[in-house]
Write a new protein. Structure first.
Length: 225
């Protein structure tokens, strides 16, 4: 019986040894596979982190570009808004000056002062002894009444002013007449010369704008930056 058991024991021992070796080999292989998996996982993770860093860096760079572009856009928008505001204010100034000139040019007292100032300066500073004509607008001087019924001219009107002033100004070489056309404003004519100056609302406005507008713009520059 003993001789028959030995081969059985040997086979069992072989089976046990193979099982043990198989288990050990399996463990080693599993361990190796696990290590390889960990290594690959770490490589993948490192690569993902590197790519994420690149994306973040690019994103930050892009964000900086967007922020800079936004700042530039806001700066340009603010500049354009300021320029537009200045243009609107300047246009309002021009329109107000235009209305003011239009109103004042229709005032008898202002026109009288204008006539005296122009005639006086022209005589003193420009023309010397040369005679001049001051042509008044037909709209404010009643030519028929001036010629036919001078006694009925109401005091305070430009017609009355022209009538009372004519004699005195004639002695100084200044003649007051009425314009032949329907133009508005005064016309200054140098007698014997082809020189005429129209002093209309437009010319007065242009003179005032040339004088006042640069100063007004300088004032705006000091207020609105």
């Amino acid at each position: 019986m003993a001789t028959k058991a030995e081969p059985s024991i040997g086979v069992q021992a072989l089976i046990d040894r193979l099982r043990a070796e198989g288990i050990d080999d399996g463990r080693r292989e599993a361990s190796a596979l696990l290590e390889e998996a960990k290594r690959k996982a770490e490589e993948i993770l490192a690569k993902a982190r590197a790519e994420a860093d690149v994306i973040v860096e690019r994103g930050q760079s892009r964000a900086a570009e967007i922020e800079a572009a936004t700042r530039d856009g806001l700066r340009l928008a603010a500049r354009d808004a300021i320029l537009d505001l200045k243009a609107q204010i300047t246009e309002q100034f021009r329109l107000r000056l235009e209305r003011l000139v239009s109103l004042r040019m229709r005032e008898t007292e202002f026109t009288e002062r204008l006539i005296l100032e122009i005639a006086g300066r022209a005589r003193r500073e420009i023309l010397g002894d040369l005679p001049i004509e001051v042509l008044l607008p037909r709209a404010v001087v009643d030519l028929d009444d001036l010629h036919e019924h001078p006694e009925s001219i109401r005091e305070g009107t430009l017609t009355h002013f022209a009538l009372t002033l004519s004699t005195e100004m004639l002695r100084e070489g200044v003649t007051l007449k009425v314009r032949a056309d329907e133009g508005a404003g005064l016309r200054i004519r140098l007698m014997g010369e082809a020189i005429e100056v129209d002093l209309t609302e437009e010319t007065v406005e242009a003179i005032l704008l040339a004088h006042l507008l640069p100063r007004f713009r300088a004032l705006l520059e000091g207020i609105i930056h």
